[in-house]
Design a protein around this ligand. Structure first.
Ligand code: NAD
Length: 479
């Protein structure tokens, strides 16, 4: 019998967060009331507690934000020397570090992700993104974009709920470093860290209008996309909304980058270090409850090692702790919303109906809030919906292969192309696989590794454009 350690509760205190009951829109450096006065509620998905009422921006508010961004771009931020812009970005990065605990607790309350992830991944990586891009701001003339590369102007930036602060950082850092101003629209279920970021922008004295934050649901995003004063739309979210945006912008000069969904293959060869590979499988699909666009949601295992991989995986999953996201020992937190929980449940039910075998470890789920136990499907065929559609939850579909060719064919048999993982001891095989996999990112003997200097983005229905590094900057420059 394996010993399972009992952990005493180790909750992070939420006292560090000064939660307000109402939040306005952040326009032209101030928090303001929305024109029509509408509001929506944001809840803690782990408890269903209402956290705050947040202003609902309509087309009038979006217009105000775009006007403020335009003025700030032409009068202040665009003409400002890059070295000066860099100072603001460094300052912002340092304040994110100083207020890291507050940001991490607020992210966990609003999103449901485990505090150890918001504390160790989301917030430090958001700061790292600003540090990295601050270093570019004064070097753009020498970065291979030609002489005197120009910003595009005003960027409209729309982000999802899975990494709220981090996605805001991915969007804002390259736009600001290159001299653009922005109107950011956070997701409707997770607006709070973006609004705290607005307070931090006031704290660092960022000139008014350089960053504007409009909260609301799809209609607010649509108003931003349709605004004629926006020079570029950067969107991260679902493939279906990405397609709608592409249609809305057809025939207009607005630049567009799309970071969309994924259905990544995580491929385990029989010579891989299996214990490490199992850690990579767990990280690949259960990190952030599987709410990860590049999650390794399709596990491809070489047939000869299927049994030991599944044995080790199930044993490991039995040790995962699911529950209170504010507890420092929690591995899997809450599903972000009741809608997302319903979507996961529907897809998992379809897996059972279509004949795959579902396995879940013994784990008690809290009574209140939105929860889903870690789930592994075996006996999956490529035609099953759980092998084709993005589930965006803690659900792994296991398939097998015999040869590297078969692994590549199966891995590429998807409309998506965001990421892939390869586990093998053979360097030559890693290179061969990386050449043949149609994915924007290929990880070798690791998974879900991110770095602000490394471009991230997809092929096919995973979108186009890259975020991060030199490649990401180019999408905000008139080159
Ligand atoms: P979503 O597309 O429903 O929403 C994303 C954002 O778009 C939200 O802010 C939403 O309010 C807004 N929106 C909705 N309808 C809109 C419209 N018609 N016009 C403009 N904006 C609109 O996606 P989601 O459920 O929030 O996020 C999950 C999806 O995001 C998954 O498919 C995931 O793979 C993807 N994602 C991709 C990446 C990446 O880098 N490729 C990263 C994170 C998430």
């Amino acid at each position: 019998m394996t010993d399972v350690w009992e952990y005493a509760p180790a909750p992070e205190s939420r006292d560090v967060v000064d939660l307000r009951s109402e939040y306005g829109l952040f326009i032209d450096g101030e928090f303001v009331e929305p024109a029509a006065g509408g509001a929506f509620k944001t809840v803690n998905p782990a408890t269903e507690e209402v956290l705050a009422a947040v202003a609902q921006a309509d087309a009038t508010d979006v217009d105000r934000a775009v006007t403020a961004a335009r003025r700030a771009q032409t009068e202040v931020w665009g003409p400002m020397p890059g070295a000066q812009r860099a100072k603001y970005l460094y300052r912002l990065a340092r304040v994110l570090q100083e207020r890291a605990r507050e940001l991490a607790v607020l992210e966990t309350l609003d999103n449901g992700k485990p505090i150890k992830e918001s504390r160790d991944v989301d917030v430090p990586m958001a700061a790292a993104h600003f540090f990295s891009h601050a270093g570019w701001a004064d070097k753009l003339d020498h970065a291979g974009y030609g002489l005197d590369p120009r910003p595009l102007g005003v960027a409209g930036q729309i982000i999802p709920w899975n990494f709220p602060l981090l996605m805001a950082a991915w969007k804002l850092a390259p736009a600001l470093a290159t001299g653009n101003t922005t109107v950011l629209k956070p997701a409707e279920t997770t607006p709070l860290t973006a609004l705290l970021l607005g307070e931090i922008l006031q704290q660092i004295d960022l000139p008014p209008g350089v960053v504007n934050i409009v909260t609301g649901a799809g209609e607010t995003g649509r108003a931003l996309v349709e605004h004629p004063g926006v020079d570029k739309i950067a969107f991260t979210g679902s493939t279906s909304v990405g397609k709608q945006i592409q249609r809305a912008l057809a025939g207009r000069p607005t630049r567009l980058t799309l970071e969309l969904g994924g259905k990544a293959a995580n491929i385990i060869f029989d010579d891989a270090a299996l214990d490490q590979a199992v850690e990579g499988i767990v990280n690949g699909i259960f990190f952030n409850q599987g709410h990860v666009c590049c999650a390794g949601s399709r596990l491809l295992v070489q047939e000869s090692v299927l049994e030991p991989v599944l044995d080790k995986l199930k044993r490991r999953l039995g040790t995962l702790r699911v529950g209170d996201p504010l507890d420092k020992n929690t591995d899997l937190g809450a599903i972000n919303s009741s809608e997302q929980l319903a979507r996961i449940t529907e897809l998992v039910d379809s897996g059972v109906e279509q004949g795959a075998d579902r396995w879940q470890p013994d784990c008690a789920l809290p009574d209140r809030g939105y929860w889903f136990a870690p789930t592994v499907f075996t006996g999956v065929s490529q035609s099953h919906r759980i092998a084709r559609e993005e589930i965006f939850g803690p659900v792994l579909s296991v398939l097998t292969f015999r040869t590297p060719d078969e692994a590549v064919t199966k891995a590429n048999n998807t409309p998506y192309g965001l990421s892939a993982g390869v586990w093998t001891e053979k360097g030559s095989r890693i290179l061969w696989m990386a050449q043949h996999l149609r994915a924007g990112v290929v990880w070798a003997n690791t998974f879900n590794r991110f770095d602000p200097t490394s471009p991230f983005g997809g092929y096919k229905e995973s979108g186009f454009g890259r975020e991060g590094g030199r490649h990401g900057l180019a999408h905000y420059l008139a080159v």
